[in-house]
Design a protein around this ligand. Structure first.
Ligand SMILES: [Zn+2]
Length: 365
């Protein structure tokens, strides 16, 4: 599952591509929005909230539409397990109606490789560099900032940004849920979940108001997060950390890493933790997410030199603990009580998540 830092990078990419631009046409491929059209509106802001992506749109300029609610709208989406937004240059997509197979690349696979297959794969895939220009049967879509733009520094930066996308290899046009077209670009949401259009003034009420303090947000409040975690003393810390109502932005990678680094047993009750431990955990999570939010490759062990480990424990079950040498265990933690949304029926929630932990360093109590 994408962590807060992935969402942050996705929003950065969307912001650079869309903010200030007028939507020329839109295409929503979810039943509830089948007849919605946001063309004519300007993209006012792209904001991450926890793991939610909010694309704020201006009021509709068309007066005729005023009657049926032309107020500013927010397009909401959630990446869930494997959703991703990608930005394409429209200049190279003459046949806008033809939605072919989106091209995947080594660069694209980098971040998801880290999430899904462990750090080794991420290193090699991101090292492959640029995209192939085209191949038979490939998509008319052309990732933004590639060769035709002259390979500027900016292009390179954009390419790196795209590494952050949690792209699943093999995603096809049937996974497209939303398209926003401006004069220059086409932003396409593949496999994004819970795509909704909500009046911007109702964002809190309908979308993200239930979220705890956002680790990467301007409203971050350590004390508030601790207060919320302490309010449910009998929960396992591993589950409580993932509950976005307590604090927003932590996913499985950071959960595993932070618990390992603070020598905390994932199943320990919140009220059983030694004095000061909870604060230590949350402060560390905050620090790690901030360290990684602008990095092309996620790491919890400092800058990741090539061939060096990216994580202490995540994805390393069965391998020796980097601290004590004991074999790391694989465990499952039940996130059944977690919802990424106040109305769970709207989104699929995976309950059992795999974690790695050290039976010597992370003993209970
Ligand atoms: Zn150990």
């Amino acid at each position: 599952m994408p962590e807060g830092d992935s969402v942050y990078r996705q929003c950065k990419m969307l912001r650079e591509a869309l903010e200030g631009a007028v939507i020329e046409s839109s295409d929503f491929r979810v039943p509830a929005l089948a007849t919605s059209d946001v063309s004519g509106r300007t993209v006012v802001a792209v904001v991450p909230r926890g793991k939610h992506i909010l694309i704020r749109l201006s009021a509709a300029p068309n007066t005729e539409e005023m009657k049926s609610g032309a107020e500013p709208l927010t397009l909401h989406s959630h990446l869930m397990m494997d959703g991703t937004w990608r930005v394409f240059d429209r200049a190279h997509n003459d046949d806008a109606g033809h939605l072919g197979e989106p091209r995947t690349s080594g660069a694209d696979a980098g971040r998801s490789g880290a999430d899904a297959r462990g750090p080794g794969r991420a290193t090699s895939s991101s090292g492959r560099g640029g995209l192939q220009r085209s191949r038979p049967g490939a998509s008319p879509y052309r990732p933004r900032g590639q060769a035709r733009r002259g390979g500027s520094v900016r292009s390179a930066a954009e390419s790196r940004t795209r590494i952050s996308a949690d792209v699943s290899v093999g995603q096809g046009s049937h996974t497209i849920r939303a398209i926003l077209r401006t004069k220059d670009v086409e932003a396409v949401g593949f496999d994004v979940k819970d795509v909704r259009l909500v009046p911007t003034r109702l964002e809190d009420q309908e979308l993200v108001g239930y979220l705890g303090p956002d680790i990467l947000g301007p409203d971050w409040g350590l004390e508030k997060a601790l207060e919320r975690l302490n309010a449910q003393p009998d929960r396992a810390i591993g589950t409580a950390l993932m509950d976005q109502r307590n604090l927003a932005g932590i996913g499985n990678v950071y959960r595993v890493e932070v618990l390992f680094m603070t020598r905390t047993n994932p199943w320990a009750r919140v009220d059983s933790l030694p004095e000061g431990r909870l604060r230590e955990i949350v402060v560390l999570a905050h620090k790690l997410l901030h360290l990684n939010k602008d990095r092309s490759m996620r790491s919890t062990v400092g800058q990741a030199p090539q061939g060096r480990p990216l994580f202490w424990a995540y994805g390393r079950d069965g391998q020796p603990c980097r601290r004590c040498g004991v074999q790391l265990k694989r465990g499952e933690i039940d996130d059944a009580l977690l919802t990424v949304d106040p109305a769970p029926s709207r989104t699929a929630v995976q309950h059992l998540r795999t974690i790695a932990w050290c039976p010597r360093c992370q003993v209970a109590g």
